[in-house]
Design a protein around this ligand. Sequence first.
Ligand code: FES
Length: 150
Amino acid sequence: MAVRVTINGEARDIDAPEDMPLLWALRQELGMTGTKFGCGIGMCGACTVHVDGQATRSCSLPIGSIGDREVSTIEALGETPVGQALQQAWLDEDVMQCGYCQAGQLMNATALLNSNPNPTEEEIENAMQGNICRCACYKRIHSAIAEVAK
Ligand code: FES
């Protein structure tokens, strides 16, 4: 039986087992490849999406556990004012190097600013510390978030 999940405002029926991680469902079943696979064990943050607005690691979330909660992904980030501002700040600060982790970084940064529009440097650092960047673009990531928080 298909599992129904609301993704970016649209009810989607996913023909997959309930224990399939949301990340796999997004990428393989729905072809939404903006959300990235990094570690697959909840350690790197590359797969971050929002579930009812909370930054959530989709590699560790079975689709059967989502229920009525709303999933938002990087594909819809530009439709929100904070997401759009962050994407522009990412460009202004020339944040990306290889770019692989950036969808997860942006989703986590958006969740941070939605819950705390004016974070201190320490709060930015604490909120973002679980999102790993192999190119070590941390300084530019933090600057871009601070630019939107101003
Ligand atoms: Fe999900 Fe690394 S792929 S936290």
